[in-house]
Design a protein around this ligand. Structure first.
Ligand SMILES: [Zn+2]
Length: 166
C-alpha cells in the first residue's frame, strides 16, 4: 500500500498514512474554522486552513494512520472541555497534525502537513454555507451545504470493510 508522510514544520513529529484515504475533503464548518483560528494563532504556527475558511483534510481509518515519531510532543486542543473532538498539534512548532473525533473510527489529517506533490485529489467541499464571504468558490470538486449523503456512504462502507477484516 502506498504510504503518505506528514510532518510538523520543524520535522520532530512525523505521521504516516497507508493506502487510499476514506475521503479527501475540505470542511468549512464553524468548528473547523474556530479550531484553525485558535491553533494558527499560536506562536510560529504554520497555516493549515485556506483563505476562504476551508480546512483540507485527508480522512483515514484509525488503523491506517499512525504517528511514527515525536508522538510525545503532540498536545490536544479542544474547543470546549466537553467536546468529543480533539485537534492534535505538535508542541515543538505549533503545527496542527490531525483531528480525532472520539466516537469515530477515523482520523482526519490536515492535508497541509503532508509531503509530496501527489496527494489524493479533493473529492468534496462540505458546509460551504460557512465560507468566508467575498471569496470565490473553487470549482475543483462538488460543493455541499451541510454534509452530503455521499460522505456518510463512504464512512459506512469503510466500517463494513473493517468489520469484515478487509
Ligand atoms: Zn515541530
Amino acid at each position: 500500500m502506498p504510504i503518505l508522510s506528514s510532518s510538523c514544520a520543524c520535522g520532530r513529529v512525523r505521521c504516516e498514512a497507508s493506502g487510499k484515504p476514506i475521503v479527501s475533503i475540505v470542511c468549512y464548518c464553524q468548528d473547523c474554522q474556530e479550531g484553525a483560528r485558535r491553533i494558527e494563532a499560536l506562536p510560529g504556527a504554520p497555516r493549515f486552513s485556506d483563505a476562504d475558511g476551508g480546512t483540507p483534510l485527508l480522512v483515514y481509518r484509525d488503523d491506517r494512520f499512525r504517528c511514527s515519531s515525536g508522538e510525545e510532543l503532540l498536545v490536544s486542543h479542544k474547543l470546549k472541555e466537553s467536546s468529543p473532538t480533539r485537534r492534535m498539534a505538535a508542541s515543538c512548532c505549533n503545527s496542527a497534525m490531525f483531528l480525532k473525533f472520539e466516537p469515530g473510527f477515523w482520523i482526519s489529517a490536515y492535508r497541509a502537513r503532508f509531503e509530496g506533490d501527489d496527494l489524493p485529489p479533493i473529492e468534496m467541499r462540505n458546509q460551504i454555507q460557512h465560507r468566508r464571504p467575498g471569496t470565490d468558490l473553487p470549482r475543483d470538486a462538488p460543493c455541499y451545504r451541510g454534509f452530503p449523503p455521499r460522505l456518510f456512504a463512504k464512512i459506512i462502507s469503510t466500517r463494513a470493510a473493517m468489520l469484515f477484516g478487509w
